[in-house]
Design a protein around this ligand. Structure first.
Ligand code: ADP
Ligand code: MG
Length: 723
């Protein structure tokens, strides 16, 4: 008899198990049992095509009548349209960029098609339906009768391993399975009224009715949430056990001198967050805090205060920035805000003063040497840098605090590479401008405490956003350039953002997930900038900024832009995070549909940072009502970053949210959806805390400890690990 660890090839044929391994990485009986069906089809529920209405969830038995692939207007990609008939009515099936399905959906062949009826151009259709073709040569009635009265699971499948074949393998695996134990503590299982693990796994593949399938799915979804929360609660406890140096704020120090010269009043939100951080820093174990706040909400000054508190206690603080542009900007901002308090050692400088130094990958040898010496000796209290900070040669005297700016650009490994440079575990403050819904914070950042800055500093003007649809109104693009000329004439500055550096290149990571394909006529910085300078923006001072320039060029361009010596900055998303030029009031984003929702929100946060209102124009060739266009309309309709973060999440594959790598997280988090399963995640959190309180290292639950260890090993929970 088999159990979940049994090799699959001992239960089903070698050939078939090899195909399953190649297609899905399935090698054990357990792997196969965890290859869950996406939905079920039931013969008894077959629908009559003529009677279908928009919004109906249907399964139809039909024959392929015709099929054709055509290009999509205005963009690279194709649409496969397949018309099927049940002898009376007809309906079309559409597939985006999946022309290969034409081979499976041969004219004359029969199959079951399931999905939700939509309407496009007045015609009913099924977009991306699930289907199950009746095998060639099989008699339709008997093929379908095989499923009669029974729910037919529809699996993620491939051409070589269609759903019905997987179903057969699962049946064989189930038949061979012996009793197996359940890792979920009995009191939790019964409190939720869940079936046992064996019951749930079997019911999910071969339910006797849909309710049974649903209960099984719930139990298995809960397992994922519960194991994840256990892992996170345990991690947090581990942190609490570490001792670090407590950094209490002192009287009459640098921090106090800084507060006295701050040119503005801190908002209440800032004060609250500052109190939380100061409370953490005073503890003898490491702070582990995430600070989230809208673009422009004033996170930087909050972080700087935390750094100064650490300097006051004779420690050092390191600020890790995602790009050289940002690192250099932080240096300028800090030097400006601190004035002579950042000039320790200079003649006549305050005796409370410290020094700030910058470490980047591209600085000159002598500059690097001096910076390294300042970090090692403790001469610099604040060390700002890019990834270069992680380098072996970078040594600190007493690193007390690590601040990570724009957290989503860094992984846990990078944080850890910095942590080991401290004598004792340092305090950690990570910042993000991408608002994170609560349950996402709980699932993805469950080992971090959370602080949120919601209000923007007073006097900040809202940003107005419009979609410029060049397909319907080509003349509006001209109007966009005119708006830039008007703003510049009024003494302001402008950004023009393009998805690419040069034609044929690609900078935006979002493009792959949105389209999976390249398109030739997407705006590029190096093409657009000279064209604008000679044409629509003639007479204005136009400059380029992108990631392929040397850091000297980037830095001097940013400086010139900040100093008002450049009117229009044509750039890639290198300006996405953190860049702060208050005089910039208008931003035109070319091919805006190539960017994700949160990214657009971040980008537009660059304008309207001063006291005049900002304007953001989203230029797109995407036709009305396409998903891309709907996304842009959503961005234009609201300035609420939390709302937009939700939209963004809903559109991403969940794996991206949970930082899945194919082999790791994915296999552990197949069913859990952070938005949909909010209440379940909260319940799982409470259960996990209860179990850990009773048995801190899970000694009383060996099977559970094993599952958590498996998850911890395979999972770098790291939404942030992608740039
Ligand atoms: P972000 O949260 O996006 O990092 P910043 O810290 O860059 O925001 O702040 C945006 C701008 O607002 C900066 O120019 C900063 O000096 C300014 N600022 C921060 N706090 C306040 C405040 N309380 N009142 C007025 N201006 C502030
Ligand atoms: Mg910032």
């Amino acid at each position: 008899m088999a159990n979940l660890e049994t090799r699959l090839c001992d239960v089903i044929g070698d050939r078939t198990s090899k195909v399953l391994a190649d297609a899905f990485g399935i090698t054990s009986v357990g792997d196969l049992m965890r290859h869950y069906p996406r939905r079920y089809m039931l013969r008894g529920e077959l629908s009559n095509i003529a009677e279908l209405n928009e919004g109906d969830e249907v399964t139809i038995l039909a024959q392929v009548h015709s099929s054709a692939t055509r290009p999509i207007r205005g963009r690279k990609g194709s649409i496969l349209e397949v018309i099927v008939t049940d002898g009376q009515g007809k309906i079309s099936l559409t597939f985006f960029n999946q022309a290969w399905r034409e081979k499976e959906l041969k004219v004359g062949s029969q199959g079951l098609f399931a999905g939700k009826i939509g309407v496009f151009n007045g015609k009913r259709q099924l977009a991306h339906p699930d289907y199950e073709m009746v095998p060639d040569g099989a008699d339709v009635d008997s093929a379908v009768d095989g499923f009669a009265g029974k729910y037919l699971p529809v699996y993620p499948a491939t051409a070589k391993m269609p759903s019905w074949k997987i179903s057969k393998c699962v049946d064989m695996a189930i038949a061979s399975l012996d009793e197996f134990s359940d890792y979920l503590p009995e009191q939790i299982r019964s409190a939720h009224n869940y079936p046992s693990l064996a019951q749930a796994l079997i019911a999910l593949h071969t339910p006797s009715d849909l309710e049974q399938a649903q209960v099984a799915r719930e139990r298995l979804t809960f397992d994922e949430a519960f194991l994840l929360q256990l892992m996170l609660v345990m991690r947090r406890n581990e942190l609490k056990k570490l001792t670090s140096i407590s950094r209490k704020t002192i009287k009459g120090g640098l921090l106090e001198a800084f507060d006295a010269m701050l040119p503005f009043t801190l908002t209440n939100g800032q004060l609250e967050v500052i109190a939380e951080i100061e409370g953490d820093l005073a503890q003898p174990h490491p702070m582990h805090r995430l600070l989230q706040g809208e673009v422009g909400s004033g996170k930087t000054v909050v972080a700087l205060r935390a750094m100064l508190a650490v300097v006051d206690s004779a420690g050092q603080a390191a600020l890790l920035a995602p790009t050289e542009v940002l690192a250099a900007q932080h240096l300028r901002t800090f030097e400006k805000l601190l004035g002579e308090l950042a000039q320790a050692g200079r003649l006549g400088s305050s005796n409370k003063a410290t020094r700030i130094t910058l470490i980047t990958g591209s600085q000159s040898g002598p500059a690097r040497k001096e910076a390294l010496a300042l970090a090692a000796s403790g001469g610099a209290g604040i060390i700002i840098g890019t990834h270069a900070l992680l380098g072996e040669k970078v040594v600190f005297n007493d690193l007390g605090l690590i601040v990570v700016d724009e957290q989503h650009r860094f992984g846990v490994e990078q944080r850890d590479a910095l942590k080991v440079k401290a004598v004792k575990p340092p305090h950690l403050l990570v910042m993000t401008a991408t608002p994170i819904p609560r349950t996402v914070a709980m699932t993805v950042f469950g080992d971090l405490d959370l602080s949120t800055l919601r209000e923007l500093p007073l006097g900040r003007q809202p940003i107005t956003t419009h979609v410029v649809a060049v397909l319907e109104k080509p003349a509006y693009l001209e109007r966009a350039w005119e708006r830039i000329r008007e703003e510049v004439a009024a003494g302001h500055q402008a950004y023009v953002v393009a998805p690419r550096i040069e034609t044929g290149s690609d900078e935006s990571a979002d493009i792959d997930f949105l389209f999976g394909q390249d398109s030739p006529d997407i705006a590029s910085v190096t093409e657009l900038a000279p064209r604008l300078a000679k044409g629509a923006l003639k007479g204005l001072r136009v400059a380029e900024l992108h990631g392929r320039q040397s850091s000297d060029v980037k830095d001097s361009t940013m400086r010139a832009f900040a100093a008002g010596e450049i009117d229009v900055l044509v750039s890639t998303t290198v300006i996405e995070v953190g860049v702060d030029v208050a005089n910039a009031t208008v931003m035109v984003i070319m091919d805006a549909d190539r960017f994700g929702v949160s990214q657009l929100h971040q980008l537009r946060g660059r304008v309207g940072r001063g006291s005049s209102g900002g304007l953001c124009l989203l230029v797109t060739g995407a036709p009305v009502e396409t998903p891309a266009r709907v996304r842009l309309d959503a961005v234009a309709a609201t300035l609420d970053g939390f709302e937009l973060a939700r939209i963004d999440l809903e559109q991403r594959r969940e794996g991206d949210v949970l930082g899945a790598n194919q082999s790791g997280t994915r296999s552990h988090l197949r069913l859990l959806r952070v938005l949909r399963d909010e209440s379940m995640i909260e319940a799982a959190r409470a259960d996990a805390e209860g179990v850990i309180a009773a048995s801190p290292d899970l000694a009383g639950y060996p099977a559970l400890a094993g599952e958590v260890a498996l998850m911890a090993r395979d999972t770098a929970i790291d939404y942030l690990d992608k740039g």
